[in-house]
Write a protein that binds this ligand. Structure first.
Ligand code: AMP
Length: 346
């Protein structure tokens, strides 16, 4: 097997997308984008009526028993042999030796949506490891060098909105060079210590962010400790947020009942974000319909299937939708420190 480089993968995405779509194996659902500003974020709400006709991919609940788990693994769409019409290439982490396959999203709403998948089965409940972070960052960096803007996201755990149990990070292009809508807020945040986690305090839910000041020439050996350290700090804060929340609410709902920790990760060249998750779906007040939210919602992109849903989301306010599926922030306690909270927070 010959492995590609991140720049080769980035330049193979567009031709692979065109081939996948032409073959009929990649299903592309046209949509329109409406912008809605809420608490300083220009949310992009994507209206995609075609999704009404598409059978919805059930999101997964990972607390499966062993037999169910084996069945899911057998039906795993991310294991070899790969569909040649969705295949982009393969990467190998030079240090850890972890191998990845890059596939296009079979059900795309945004062009060139691709997935970075571990070739060996790893669980979508497991945290990102240093090689995942390095590969993802190198793909973002390779795209930037060709004038493209990508960001990565990872939906981890039962309540995160993930639909597949096999570990996969996802990548989307943005037209805005700032990246996803949330990035404007993070860029504007004035923080005391550039190398410490901070929170976007204007948002009504827990969020943990680290600025990444990585020179474009940073080598793998420089990227790995910086990204791994940032991720561990944010994950620690995520755990402490959920621990605090569960002490004050129903432990089963908080993941204490077996679902485990759930969170969404967003990665841009400038920031790493973690959003701890309380539940997967938001129930719209007007209709009682449910909206599954994943990392994209927190990045500033929401997906709706009808005008009625669009009206409902704008009436409730996207940040209120996110608040209902997230945990309350305990940032002030985390900044204040104390035995319950480890780590240094800006
Ligand atoms: P998530 O729902 O966050 O777990 O992301 C999984 C993604 O994989 C979804 O966006 C699906 O559309 C996509 N997907 C599902 N089945 C396949 C497949 N056979 N090949 C490629 N992508 C797929």
């Amino acid at each position: 097997m010959s492995f590609a480089t991140p720049p080769a993968i980035v330049s193979a995405v567009r031709p692979a997308f065109d081939k996948g779509k032409a073959s009929g194996d990649l299903l592309f659902f046209p949509s329109e984008v409406r912008t809605h500003r809420d608490l300083g974020i220009d949310f992009q709400i994507r209206l995609c009526p075609a999704l009404l006709e598409k059978p919805t991919l059930p999101t997964l609940h990972f607390d499966l028993d062993a037999a169910e788990c084996e069945k899911k693994k057998r039906l795993d769409p991310f294991k070899a042999p790969y569909n040649p019409n969705l295949y982009v290439g393969e990467l190998k982490d030079e240090e850890e030796g972890t191998e990845y396959v890059v596939l296009l999203n079979k059900y795309s709403v945004v062009e060139e949506h691709f997935l970075l998948i571990t070739k060996e089965f790893q669980s979508q409940k497991s945290p990102l490891d240093p090689s995942d972070l390095v590969q993802a960052y190198q793909l973002l960096r390779a795209a930037r060098k060709t004038g493209k803007h990508l960001f990565a996201f990872y939906n981890c755990g039962d309540q995160s909105g993930a639909s597949q149990v096999h570990k996969h990070l996802q990548f989307l292009p943005t037209t805005d060079e700032d990246g996803p809508p949330i990035e404007q807020l993070a860029k504007a945040a004035r923080i005391e210590k550039e190398d410490k986690p901070f929170a976007l305090s204007g948002l009504p839910f827990a969020n943990h962010v680290r600025r990444l000041a990585l020179p474009s020439s940073a080598t793998r050996a420089e990227l790995e400790p910086a990204l791994a350290q940032a991720f561990i700090e944010l994950l620690d804060l995520c755990i402490s947020t959920v621990r605090h929340a569960t002490a004050n609410s129903d432990a089963a709902e908080a993941g204490g009942g077996g679902g485990g920790l759930s969170y969404n990760v967003v990665l841009t060249l400038g920031h790493l974000y973690i959003f701890p998750r309380r539940r997967e779906v938001h129930t719209l007040a007007v209709s009682g319909e449910t909206l599954s939210v994943n990392a994209l919602g927190f990045a500033g992109f929401l997906l709706v299937k009808s005008d009625a849903e669009l009206q409902a989301v704008t009436a409730e306010g996207p940040t209120n939708v996110l608040k209902s599926v997230a945990w309350a922030s305990v940032h002030d306690l985390q900044v204040g420190g104390g035995p319950e909270f480890d780590g240094d927070v800006a």
